[in-house]
Design a protein around this ligand. Structure first.
Ligand code: TYM
Length: 350
């Protein structure tokens, strides 16, 4: 038995345009995990500001988008009484622990981060230091709660490996002090990423080799959680496909990224496996499959969008949920931080 009881932590950035990738790759999984785990879900507003304000939208948009992600969590079925739901900036330990981890993580580790390279683009000298440090803040998010499991989409795999490396190095670097202070042989758990299901990497509807993303300039590349039924149907109708009918076996999806993506989306939305979907639709033309997919998407997403609208009409309620969650999160994170202070040798109030 590990000394770390199972606990789930995950986060979503409030950067606008929550899409089907966020929903199937992360939020649906968050909801499921509540029945088996103690869960903490965070709206990571400090991560949002690592890109230029022209991208995250500035203070008014940040506030609105923070409430929107919270509304999406609740509308999808996250229970804010059973689970902890809060926004990152309300718990100062995230920033404090990041500093300690900055002194544990190595420059060479961060230099390998693919997402930094993608987001910084050619003008790397002009990227913020926050963008570079983004994965270290993620490690602090997770480890402040001794989280053992982190459900995420495929694109976060490398960041979670860095979290594991930071936990291992902290445990090693401070091994003696950890033992002396009564924390046994490991202070932090080595967290497991949970990247499972048929929709861990939902691709753009315009190009099956590109990830569905908030920042794609074409709105037709993604289904937004707030799209209405007509928009959803139209986006699937226009989605790029090849001329072949759907295969009956998984093997037949290889080299067909668009077909693979649409089957994955169908599977994710219906809670079935891709091979199960192919058993039903193998041999069907896209002219038949796309309307079935659009109907399913509307059936699953319309109630979520409706509930989001209802919740967003009462920002006081949403802020109350975040404040309550932040209080509960703070109680856990402060205790972790006191332990870190003991281990590192920071004199502190007891
Ligand atoms: P963000 O907001 O970019 O994405 C939120 C979640 O959505 C998943 N995701 C996808 N899944 C499948 N297909 C896609 N096309 C797709 N696009 C996004 C992401 O993998 C993610 O799970 N860095 C995190 C936020 C974060 C975090 C954390 C996560 C900050 N601290 C601690 C876990 C634990 C992110 O990318 O968010």
């Amino acid at each position: 038995m590990s000394k770390f009881p199972p606990r789930v932590f995950s986060g979503v950035q409030p950067t606008g345009n929550l899409h089907l990738g966020n929903y199937l790759g992360a939020i649906v999984r968050f909801v499921e995990m509540q029945s088996t785990h103690d869960c903490i879900y965070c709206v990571v507003d400090m991560h949002a500001i690592t890109v230029p304000a022209s991208v995250w939208g500035g203070p008014k948009a940040l506030r609105q988008n923070t409430r929107e992600v919270t509304a999406a969590f609740l509308a999808a079925g996250i229970d804010p009484v059973k689970s902890i739901v809060f926004n990152q900036s309300q718990v100062s330990v995230h920033g404090e622990l990041t500093w300690v981890f900055n002194c544990v993580a190595r420059l060479g580790w961060l230099n390998r981060m693919i997402q930094f390279k993608e987001k910084a683009g050619k003008d790397r000298e002009n990227a913020s230091i926050g963008l570079y440090d983004y994965p270290v803040l993620m490690a602090a998010d997770i480890l402040a709660y001794f989280a053992t499991h982190v459900p995420v989409g495929e694109d976060q795999k490398q960041h979670l490996e860095l979290t594991r490396d930071i936990a291992i190095k902290f445990n090693n670097d401070f091994a003696e002090s950890i033992a002396e202070n009564g924390y046994g042989d490991a202070f932090f758990p080595v967290t497991e990423p949970l990247i499972t299901g048929p929709a861990t990497r939902v691709m753009s509807l315009r190009d099956g080799t590109k990830k569905m993303s908030k920042s794609d300039p074409s709105d037709y590349s993604r289904i937004n959680l707030t799209d209405d039924a007509d928009t959803i149907a139209q986006k699937f109708r226009k989605a790029k496909t090849d001329p072949e009918p759907l295969p009956s076996e998984m093997e037949g999806l290889k080299q067909r990224p668009e077909a693979d993506n649409l089957v994955g989306i169908y599977a994710g939305l219906s809670g079935r496996s891709k091979s199960d979907v192919l058993r039903e639709y193998g041999g069907a033309q896209f002219s038949a499959f796309k309307p079935a997919l659009a109907d399913l998407a509307v059936e699953m997403l319309a109630p979520v969008a409706g509930e989001m609208r209802r919740l967003l009409a009462d920002p006081g309620y949403i802020d109350g949920v975040l404040n309550d969650g932040a209080g509960r999160a703070r109680a856990i994170a402060e205790k972790t931080m006191d332990g870190v202070r003991d281990v590192v040798g920071f004199v502190h109030k007891t």
